[in-house]
Design a protein around this ligand. Structure first.
Ligand SMILES: Cc1ncc(COP(=O)(O)O)c(C=O)c1O
Length: 384
């Protein structure tokens, strides 16, 4: 029986109907001891799985050594984390990093730098894009239920159709400080566009002196099978933003810049008391080491490819996305499949498209969880 209790928390989110107690790898357990396969990954966060022993040990060791010091002091762990991250994402052409605490803040920082360096006061983004809830991030987000209440306070932002080649040619990027784009639009249902479209976006923005910011808060950290989706798409943005999987669940965001943009940053341009804190830095170093040592990018690519083949059937029209950022497009309402999966102890995400469920599990998702998902979805569509 579900326990009903009164919470002091504001009701801002429709939570799972249980109280979560603990997690290990790609599973979580509720307070009653029920086990779930976690294909939601705490909203695309648990890159190395729940409580990976190396991440836990790195946190414990760092906590015992130095729990916190701000950017006022140089810390070896922060320098090492920056070096490890820049090396990890090298294929996207970014070379310097600023650490903050969340995805929204990482985007806010990138947009702010673009505004300062170009002197332009307009932004551009795409229909269906989702970038966070702080004011500049909200200005570029296409989600009227959260943008409308603040509409008069938002920065001017042109909104272009995602993946539309003609719109790209018609738009004048020379009046715009930055255009921000998700390499795969997650919230709106894992919407993809061809690499050639992204490459043309890069060409047009570069020619107009407009920053291209790739919001890789979901697609980064190896989730698509490559360190960044920018690398996969063959583009070198002015800035890349990361968060979610960066430190396996310890809050951290990162704004990464190409060398030219980084050279123009001045002391005081960005700041954050908690950004780059030693706990997050230790978890980040361990996360990158686990992704490399356990070949999790190859794992993400292989499992993603398998599910794109194995899941479609009578009720699942197709599976789109790349690696372990997948949209399961249903022929009927996706909510019915979500309920079916929940009843079989499989957690998945929804999207703003009522026909798309999202899969964004640990990159180390087990064969057992893959088989459990396949068999539950086959059962749903009568091809068990
Ligand atoms: C693509 C994308 N950008 C930005 C954000 C905002 O990140 P945060 O919730 O850490 O502020 C999210 C969060 O879901 C996201 O999916």
């Amino acid at each position: 029986m579900q326990r009903v209790f009164v919470s002091a928390l504001l009701e801002t989110y429709a939570a799972f109907p249980f109280v979560l107690d603990h997690g290990r790898g790609d599973r979580v357990w509720d307070e009653e001891g029920k086990e779930y396969h976690d294909w939601y990954g705490g909203h695309c966060v648990t890159a190395t799985g729940h409580a990976h022993p190396r991440v836990v040990r790195a946190l414990a060791d760092q906590a015992a050594r130095l729990l916190f010091y701000s950017a006022a002091a140089r810390l070896r762990v922060r320098e090492s984390a920056a070096e490890a991250l820049v090396d990890f994402v090298r294929g996207a052409g970014v070379e310097k990093v600023f650490f903050c605490n969340s995805g929204a803040e990482a985007n806010e920082n990138a947009l702010k730098l673009a505004i300062k360096q170009t002197g332009r006061m307009r932004l551009a983004a795409f229909e269906g894009g989702w970038h966070g809830r702080t004011l500049l991030a909200l200005s570029v987000t296409d989600d009227p239920k959260i943008t409308a209440p603040c509409a008069p306070l938002l920065a001017p932002c042109a909104r272009l159709p995602f993946g539309d080649a003609a719109a790209l040619e018609a738009f004048d990027f020379s009046r715009v400080a930055a255009v921000i784009v998700e390499p795969m639009q997650s919230m709106s249902g894992i919407r993809c566009a061809p690499p050639a479209w992204f490459q043309r976006l890069r060409e047009r923005t570069a020619a107009a002196g407009c920053w291209l910011i790739c919001d890789e808060i979901q697609t980064g950290m190896g989730r698509t099978g490559v360190a960044t989706a920018s690398e996969l798409l063959g583009i070198r943005p002015d800035a890349i933003t990361l968060a979610k999987g960066l430190a396996s669940g310890v809050p951290v965001g990162a704004t990464l810049l190409g060398v030219e943009r980084a050279a123009a940053v001045q002391p005081g341009d960005l700041g954050s008391t908690f950004g780059g804190g030693p706990l997050a830095m230790a978890a980040l170093i361990a996360t990158i080491a686990v992704i490399r040592d356990e070949a999790l990018m190859a794992r993400a690519a292989a499992v993603g490819a398998r599910l794109q083949e194995s899941l479609p059937g009578a009720q699942v029209e197709r599976v789109h996305g790349q690696g372990l950022l997948l949209g399961v497009r249903t022929r009927g309402p996706a909510a019915a499949l979500k309920r079916h999966l929940f009843d079989r102890r499989l957690l998945v995400g929804v999207s703003s498209d009522p026909s798309v469920l999202r899969l964004m599990p640990s990159l180390a998702v087990s064969d057992e969880s893959v088989a459990a998902l396949e068999s539950a979805i086959h059962e749903f569509q009568g091809n068990a």
